[in-house]
Write a protein that binds this ligand. Structure first.
Ligand code: ATP
Ligand code: MG
Length: 329
């Protein structure tokens, strides 16, 4: 079972990333052979950014992932830009990707709408690079949050179309979505997902927030005017907090509802606030220990890139040969 997933470089990883993706990465280390995790600097350049900041944020994310429990001895952790096979495969796969499919991607539409100066072609091609990330490793499984479902479907279509045209070379991967917490919503606007680039500051709990800040954000989460702690379509704020607590405890949402059936919103929010703060505190402490040693972070990434390249190079050789690119092998 090969597992692959990618995450964007930022120091502002949030509770949605943590619950939806990072905890799955940590668990994947026991099932993956190997489990491969990539910090996607090449994806981050599709929206405005500062080049010197990018490297800093990449180290931030590396340290967050290690603090959360990724162990370079049990997984392959690397930086996307270190393995050039990703970009080459992106171009090769662009030849079997339908323009119309890319045009239908929700993430492109949402992120394009948020750009003031330039909607880059990179933003449009983002899902093809993402497909290349996964397909280069012939990964079977891709742990992601619910927002990535459409991109996973697209990469499955790309792999299938490639195989139909050039022979059975690529593995058609499966998305893996957590049962609880696959889509954590913004605390101030529970109609939109908690997000790194969109979303509100007050509605986003960052992994590196101080416990006090976390408690304040959760206690001031927007909820409806009712008083019952239960999941319902007309109660998106409370439903979201139920899901958050269930995910943090590793419990079922129904158990949370039963436990808080007699409490009001105030007591419930206070409990969620305290438990989320306790849940993230050790990660922040470990992060502080790791982040200062950039040489060690760089060495970890370099070691990961070597292992990653050893897997991606043979796939690219097969793909190039099948497509008739370059000299005959
Ligand atoms: P952006 O909003 O800029 O795309 P992001 O918050 O989605 O940033 P990514 O690095 O793109 O961050 O996503 C990393 C992983 O976190 C992906 O697997 C994604 O599906 C997951 N994820 C992102 N937001 C949420 C959320 N609100 N709930 C659960 N999982 C999420
Ligand atoms: Mg995202």
């Amino acid at each position: 079972m090969r597992i692959f997933s990618g995450i964007q470089p930022t120091g502002r990883k949030h509770l949605g990333n943590y619950i939806g993706a990072i905890t799955q990465y940590v668990a994947g280390q026991d099932r993956g052979d190997p489990a491969i995790y990539c910090i996607v600097d090449l994806h981050a350049i599709t929206v405005p950014y500062d080049p010197s900041e990018l490297r800093e944020r990449l180290y931030d994310t590396t340290a967050i992932l290690l603090a959360a429990g990724l162990d370079p001895a049990r997984c392959v952790l690397f930086r996307q830009g270190d393995v050039e096979e990703h970009t080459e495969l992106c171009w090769l796969l662009a030849g079997v990707t339908a323009f119309g499919d890319l045009n239908r991607m929700h993430q492109f539409k949402e992120k394009a709408a948020g750009q003031r100066e330039l909607v880059s072609a990179g933003l449009f091609l983002y899902p093809v690079l993402q497909a290349a990330d996964v397909l280069a490793y012939k990964a079977d499984e891709v742990p992601v949050g619910e927002d990535q479902r459409q991109h996973i479907e697209l990469m499955r279509d790309i792999a299938a179309r490639f195989n139909a045209r050039f022979g059975e070379i690529l593995v058609v991967p499966e998305g893996r979505y957590p049962e609880v917490g696959a889509r954590i919503m913004d605390l101030q606007d529970p109609a939109v997902k908690m997000s790194t680039t969109g979303g509100s500051e007050q509605g986003t709990v960052f992994v590196l927030d101080e416990p006090k800040a976390i408690e304040k954000k959760i206690k001031s989460a927007v909820t409806d005017s009712g008083s019952e702690v239960r999941r319902a379509e007309e109660k998106p704020g409370i439903s979201n907090l139920i899901e958050v607590l269930a995910a943090v405890r590793g419990a079922a949402s129904a158990d949370i509802e039963a436990e808080f059936a007699e409490s009001g919103y105030g007591a419930f929010k206070a409990a969620v606030a305290e438990e989320v703060a306790d849940y993230l505190a050790p990660v922040r402490v470990r992060y502080e220990e790791l982040r200062g040693d950039e040489a060690a972070l760089e060495a970890t990434l370099r070691g990961g890139a070597e292992k990653a390249r050893a897997m991606a190079v043979p796939t690219l050789a097969e793909v190039r040969a099948a497509m008739g690119v370059g000299p005959a092998g």
